[in-house]
Ligand binder design. Structure first.
Ligand SMILES: Nc1ncnc2c1ncn2[C@@H]1O[C@H](COP(=O)(O)OP(=O)(O)OP(=O)(O)O)[C@@H](O)[C@H]1O
Length: 314
């Protein structure tokens, strides 16, 4: 379990992480989401003792990272896959790490097999692709068979097979009762992988809930309706807070009314409907809604020109 209490990090007058409190539970995958510059990496670095908090505390299984006597066996992290610049082979790199932490050589072979690196393990890391580097970073994170795993953008640079592999791996690790905390920009991937989400924006927590609650709570519910009188149905359903869009011949998408209300109006007005399908908001929609006021770097799609947010930007 990871517990942050009032965790704060300021760089000069820039507060990157602003008094955040959260708990990452064992036995499930917790996703960490937020726009660019929201404070995800800084938070993860503080968990790993790589950055000192300006205020507040963060512990892993009740103990600050620095006070764990065998940290690699307690917490495994992939924070920056590009950080490994070595002329060693992947095998020798992992072997050196294992040796300094009294981890048996057998475990090096295990993590190489787990991460699909067997064919390239004897090659120099310097020549690795981004995806191979990610796999090596994950292998290093798993070396100590840790109870807690922290992965910053683990699927970055991986091919589709690699993405599925990471998804299955983190789910498996969580099912073994481990604490798994991962950040990703890939919303669709997070929706398939995480059980719980913590969303951060401008250094503050803006959501901390099971993923299904975030999707149902934030995205506006929409209903797909088919009718042989779409124009008449649009007229019947019109009202404050209701939006009805003609999508295609006889197909409408209604926002602001639930299916029961739509069916009732149609019946009362003798309009035939032959499809009524509730549409679930995607995590992407829910996330955009949650973070719309929190992004530090807005972009204008029409011109591509970046527009700074009104306040708090760098
Ligand atoms: N060493 C540093 N010195 C000064 N400012 C920093 C430093 N590290 C991070 N920041 C600033 O702190 C804020 C949070 O950065 P952080 O890297 O934690 O965000 P992030 O959510 O991981 O972003 P991204 O998704 O783009 O990686 C940003 O505004 C960043 O510019």
């Amino acid at each position: 379990m990871i517990e942050a209490e009032g965790l704060t990090k300021a760089y000069g007058d820039k507060t990157a992480v602003d008094g955040v409190s959260f708990t990452v539970q064992a036995g499930q995958v917790t996703g960490f989401l937020g726009p660019n510059g929201a404070g995800k990496s800084t938070t993860m670095r503080m968990i790993m003792g790589l950055d000192t908090p300006t205020a507040g505390t963060v512990t892993v299984n009740g103990v600050p990272f620095a006070r764990h006597t065998a940290p690699l066996r307690e917490i495994g992290a992939l924070l920056d896959a590009k950080a490994v610049h070595t002329s060693r082979s992947a095998y020798n790199h992992l072997l050196a790490m294992a040796a300094t932490h009294s981890i048996p050589r057998k475990r090096v072979h295990e993590v190489i097999d787990m991460t699909g690196l067997a064919d390239v393990a004897r090659k120099k890391v310097k020549g690795f692709s981004l995806g191979m580097g990610q796999r090596l970073g994950i292998a290093a994170a798993l070396l100590g068979d840790p109870q807690t795993i922290i992965l910053d953008e683990p699927v970055n640079g991986l091919d589709p097979e690699g993405v599925v592999w990471v998804r299955n791996l983190v789910k498996y690790l969580a099912s073994e009762g481990r604490t798994v905390f991962l950040s990703s920009h890939l919303m669709s991937e997070m929706a398939l992988t995480a059980d719980h989400l913590i969303v951060i924006g401008r250094g503050k927590i803006i959501a901390d809930a099971p993923i299904k609650d975030i999707i149902t709570g934030k995205g506006q519910s929409r209903t797909r309706v088919r009718s042989d009188q779409p124009d008449r149905l649009m007229h019947v359903l019109a009202g404050t807070g209701v939006s009805v869009e003609l999508q295609d011949h006889e197909l409408l998408e209604v926002t602001g009314l639930d299916p029961r209300q739509i069916a009732r109006s149609a019946l009362d007005n003798h309009v035939l409907i032959y499809e009524l399908t509730p549409l679930q908001a995607s995590l992407e929609e829910a996330y955009m809604e949650l973070t719309k006021d929190e992004v530090e770097y807005h972009s204008l799609i029409t011109t591509g020109a970046p527009v700074p947010a009104q306040s708090g930007g760098n």
